[in-house]
Design a binder for this molecule. Sequence first.
Ligand code: CP
Ligand code: NVA
Length: 305
Amino acid sequence: MTKDLLQLTDFSSEEIHRCMSLSAEMKAEVKSGTFRKPLADKAFAMIFHKPSLRTRMSFEVGIAQLGGTPMFVTDAEISLGKRESVHDVAKVLSRYVDGILIRTFSHAQVEELAEHASVPVVNMLTDLTHPCQVMADIFTVYEKKGTIENQVVTYLGDGNNMTNSWLNLARRIPMELRIATNPNTMPDPGLLQAAREEGLSKIVVTDDPREACKGSDVLYTDVWASMGQKDQAGSKADLLQRFQLNQDLLSMAKDDCLVMHCLPAERGREITDEVMDGPNSVVFDEAENRMHAQKGILCMLLENR
Ligand code: CP
Ligand code: NVA
């Protein structure tokens, strides 16, 4: 059966650990200029229905480094589900390429694409989740802390696709995940319930940001209004102002706490310049690690085929 990465829970705990070592190896190879070409002669369709800096560049450069060919397409070319059905696009693309990568709004559309494709499908962000980002995030924690287990991770702000991705990670890797948000901006209820019921990690949801930050190993935030929701920027800002990642909240965490943000940031809103540019911040390491983590993901998805 074709293996996809639609949500992080498509990977087992062992596979996430394996991705960490593979990504570390490939990162070291890039730094020493000795990288292999395991994706030679492989082609990848990259479908974007939303803007991107990191995802597009890191996948394109990463695939090229591994010897493969990335192909960027937007809705202007294929008009997925309108010019022709998702089923037919999946069937046709599967005849040309070795993997389909997609960033879009509807998670259900990505599932439909994967159902009909005979090559691996990778979610490059939907309204529900962003698994490649959280894999890069946990790889960054692995590099900085030497482990990915039993960290106290506090997510501050909007309960969005990043919060949902951290909930999925907490279903595979034991941690204490604290979500500090407004009761009106909660993450996906189904993923929250699953993470709680499965019980691997301790999941805390609170509207007290100071309490949530106490003793944290990682403080994480993301924009208050995600792509496709920018019309809600004002109302979300009113709801989430207290959850801004600033020096006051950072002072509640451990001294060596990592400050993380998937980027793009709206500086001065969900995070202050002082914190984003301060000594605890690893936001640009996270951005770089998108490329190394995704190379690990692609190699793992393609190796069993
Ligand atoms: N973090 C992230 O996915 O960035 P882009 O939207 O620029 O791809
Ligand atoms: N939650 C953000 C993440 C961007 C990488 C969004 O969906 O816009």
